[in-house]
Design a protein around this ligand. Sequence first.
Ligand code: AMP
Length: 220
Amino acid sequence: MRLVLLGPPGAGKGTLASLLKKQLNNVHISTGDLLREEMKNNSPLGQEAKKFIDNGKLAPDDLVTKLIENKLSNDVNIQNGFMLDGFPRTTKQAEDLDKILSVLKMPIDYAIYMETSLNLILKRLTGRRVCKTCGATYHVSNRPPKVENICDNCKSELVQRADDNEETIKTRMEVYVASTEPIIKYYKKQGKLKKIDGDMESEDLQSDLTKSFDEDKISH
Ligand code: AMP
């Protein structure tokens, strides 16, 4: 199954992806995670991306598309399918993605749009905590770790993402409305869009969603 996950920051794309990954056994590819990894390694690409990420702006299309193209062309595990989380974020990225996937003969099956209300987004993002080491995501009240500030999986410290503060969240929302919402129309035109309620709990969403998938698409 090859999916694109669409929705505003805080819609729960990462949480849904980690649940679907266990079920579908496909690869979860988050451009935000790939970019943060580059930043952690202080690579030239990471240094360039940091200028945008820290301000809540989108990194340049070419830079992010190249990153995705490399990942899709070199990761053998994508034969079982993949979920793109945070990509595409502009119509240009969506068009370039279709070109890359047409060469690989792996078209997208569905674009899942998680429609989410603004006050919930703010609550989710300001309370979000992320494991420094394995990237697992928690929420101070909705999904707390067993021991405060410690990752259940790898026992590392949990931190708040630098861009999860109210001011940057506001910019990220504006960027989302301007650049990312048009992609919803792009996939609707292709007949691939599935709209779901991002306000629901991820486990309920997963169960509703997977019932609606075509059987023949689940196997790739
Ligand atoms: P995320 O973890 O998906 O919320 O992404 C964090 C930040 O990384 C975004 O606010 C952008 O600055 C950058 N980013 C992630 N994906 C993309 C993309 N597809 N295009 C441009 N910038 C991106």
